[in-house]
Design a protein around this ligand. Structure first.
Ligand SMILES: NC(=O)c1ccc[n+]([C@@H]2O[C@H](COP(=O)([O-])OP(=O)(O)OC[C@H]3O[C@@H](n4cnc5c(N)ncnc54)[C@H](OP(=O)(O)O)[C@@H]3O)[C@@H](O)[C@H]2O)c1
Length: 222
C-alpha cells in the first residue's frame, strides 16, 4: 500500500481571513515571524530537515538576504520551467502541489512538510486534502490577528462550510491566550483534520456497540 503524504499548513490571517496585499504582508509582527521560523525549522528529530513548500510569489516576497529559508528544504511552485536557473542551488521547483509533495516524500531525511502560502497554494492544499488522493493535511497553524487590514490575498474561511466540517479548532478561539506585539493582538490557533476525530468517534461507537452486544448476550444466558 502506498504511503499517505501528510502535510501541515501555516498562515497568519487578519479579521476576514486576509493574508497579504500587493505581494507582501500588510503587518509586521515579529513574534509571529519567530513562531513561523521556529515551527517550520524544528524537525521531529535532529537527523531530519523540514520542508517548506510555497508559491513563487511568496518566495519573491521574502527579502533576498533571508531566502532560501535556512535550515529547511525550500520547494517553490511555479509553471515557469526556466525559474530553476535563477534560483540558488538546493532550491527545488515543482509545477504542482502534488508533484511538490511527491518530491518532498522522495527526500530521505525529510522531517515535517509545511505548505507556507500564498493564497493560491493554500487553496490547492485544502482542495487536494479534500480529494483523498493520498495527500492529507493534518494541521493548519493559524495566527489569528485581531485587526482588519486591507488585503488582496486570502485564506479560505475555516469556520464556514465546506472547510468547517473538515477541520476543527482544537481550542475555542476566545480561550486561547492573547499575544501582543507592536500594539497588535493575536492568538496562535491550530485547526486539526477531522479524520482523526471521526475515526475516534467511530472507535467509540464500535466499543459501545460491542458492550451492548456483550450485555445482551449475558442477559440471554442468565
Ligand atoms: N499571511 C501569511 O501567512 C502569508 C503566507 C504566505 C504568503 N502570504 C502573502 O500571500 C500573497 C501571495 O499569495 P498569492 O496567492 O498571490 O501567490 P502565491 O500562492 O504565493 O504564488 C502564486 C504563484 O505560485 C505558482 N503556483 C501557484 N499554484 C501553482 C500550481 N498549482 N502549480 C504550479 N505553480 C503554481 C505560480 O507561479 P508562476 O507565476 O511562477 O507560474 C503562481 O503565480 C503575498 O501577499 C504574500 O505576502 C501571506
Amino acid at each position: 500500500m502506498s504511503q499517505e503524504k501528510t502535510f501541515d499548513m501555516i498562515v497568519a490571517v487578519c479579521q476576514g481571513w486576509g493574508i497579504g496585499k500587493h505581494g507582501t504582508l500588510p503587518w509586521r509582527i515579529r513574534k509571529d515571524m519567530q513562531f513561523f521560523q521556529s515551527k517550520t525549522s524544528t524537525p521531529p528529530s535532529p537527523m531530519k530537515k523540514n520542508i517548506v513548500i510555497m508559491g513563487r510569489k511568496t518566495y519573491d516576497s521574502i527579502p533576498p538576504k533571508f531566502r532560501p529559508l535556512p535550515d529547511r528544504t525550500n520547494i517553490i511552485l511555479s509553471r515557469n520551467t526556466q525559474l530553476k536557473e535563477s534560483l540558488p542551488e538546493g532550491v527545488i521547483v515543482c509545477d504542482s502541489l502534488p508533484s511538490a509533495l511527491d518530491c518532498a516524500y522522495a527526500i530521505q531525511d525529510r522531517g515535517d512538510v509545511y505548505v507556507a502560502g500564498g493564497g493560491q497554494v493554500y487553496r490547492d492544499g485544502l482542495t487536494l486534502s479534500g480529494e483523498k488522493r493520498g495527500y492529507h493535511c493534518r494541521n493548519i497553524f493559524v495566527t489569528h490577528i485581531d485587526k482588519q487590514y486591507d488585503c488582496d490575498a486570502f485564506f479560505p474561511d475555516l469556520s464556514k462550510p465546506p472547510h468547517s466540517s473538515s477541520f476543527r479548532l482544537s481550542n475555542e478561539l476566545e480561550r486561547l491566550p492573547v499575544e501582543e506585539d507592536n500594539g497588535v493582538q493575536f492568538r496562535f490557533a491550530t485547526y486539526s483534520a477531522e479524520t482523526s476525530g471521526v475515526s475516534l468517534h467511530k472507535k467509540h461507537q464500535h466499543l459501545r456497540e460491542s458492550e451492548r452486544q456483550f450485555n445482551r448476550q449475558e442477559e440471554s444466558e442468565r
